[in-house]
Design a protein around this ligand. Structure first.
Ligand SMILES: NC(=O)c1ccc[n+]([C@@H]2O[C@H](COP(=O)([O-])OP(=O)(O)OC[C@H]3O[C@@H](n4cnc5c(N)ncnc54)[C@H](OP(=O)(O)O)[C@@H]3O)[C@@H](O)[C@H]2O)c1
Length: 249
């Protein structure tokens, strides 16, 4: 009897972190991967690469509208109709220019949408299907930036903070349901998102992806990756305001 392939859906599948997670999942055992991206050509390219790396896997590329709640619902329902996934990874996001967001509210609105509202709505849409099935793991890529608002990136940080609260709420709702919600808080990681920043001290995308895959397998509620960021953010989050406000961070 042939074993059923693990079914994995990746939203924002062209993200470097997501692509490396997909490679690890497909390398460990053939999987049924559904890749969602805003750009079909780019998503197809990721799918084609995964098919070469893992000929036993089934890899499907789909395009989705990431900013329209109705279309998010329709995309997720269509995927779930073919079978409720074992794993959902929600990965999309973009690092906006903080100063530009302060000057242009449309940019700020876009940044809040893509980093906060859109991933939360994808999580919400998948959560109902997974709750009814009573199984699965929903992994959401947040950020250490969501821990405390800082002048250098509080628009992005606020959106990621929204994801922290949203994931907490989903974890509370789904406790005991058989569904795990994993919130990942990466520190600075070398990917296209951070290519314009100084690279010193950045984590490698390979190491971060390995930790995301391991935390997803365990259903770990919160992952700081690399782990040192748990301590760093504990300190930053608890610094007295009088000290914090004098810091140029
Ligand atoms: N890299 C870091 O240092 C870091 C640190 C903490 C958290 N994170 C988070 O980790 C996740 C993955 O990031 P990454 O470093 O792998 O970034 P990445 O390689 O730059 O990928 C970003 C992804 O988001 C998608 N995206 C960007 N803007 C979008 C929009 N308006 N609508 C829909 N999709 C959009 C991109 O799609 P296209 O390919 O079509 O552009 C791509 O799939 C993100 O949520 C990010 O916020 C990253």
């Amino acid at each position: 009897m042939s074993e059923q392939k693990k079914s994995i859906v990746i939203v924002g599948a062209t993200s470097a972190m997501a692509e490396h997670c997909a490679r690890l999942w497909a390398a460990s055992q053939p999987a049924a991967l559904t890749l969602l991206g805003r750009n079909l050509e780019k998503t197809e390219a990721v799918a084609a690469d995964l098919r070469v790396r893992s000929p036993g896997s089934q890899v499907k590329a789909l395009q989705a509208n990431f900013s329209d709640p109705q279309q998010i619902r329709a995309s997720v329902d269509a995927i779930a109709a073919a079978g409720v996934p074992d794993i959902v990874l929600i990965a999309h996001g973009s690092l906006p220019d903080q100063a530009a967001c302060q000057d242009d509210l449309a940019l700020a609105a876009d940044a809040l949408q893509v980093n906060g509202i859109s991933p939360a709505l994808f999580a919400e849409a998948f959560a109902g299907h997974m709750q009814r099935a009573g199984r699965g793991t929903l992994t959401i890529l947040g950020s250490v930036a969501g821990e405390r608002g800082r002048k250098s990136n509080y628009v992005y940080g606020a959106a990621k903070g929204l994801l922290t609260r949203y994931a907490e709420g989903l974890q509370h709702r789904l406790a005991g349901s058989g569904v795990n919600v994993v919130l990942v808080k990466p520190g600075p990681t070398a990917t296209p998102m951070t290519a314009h920043l100084p690279q010193r001290g950045m984590a490698s995308v390979e190491s971060v992806a390995a930790q995301i895959v391991a935390a997803t397998a365990k259903g770990q509620p919160v992952l700081y990756t690399p782990g040192k960021w748990a301590l760093i953010m504990l300190v930053i989050a608890n610094l007295p305001r009088a000290i914090f406000n004098r810091m140029d961070i």
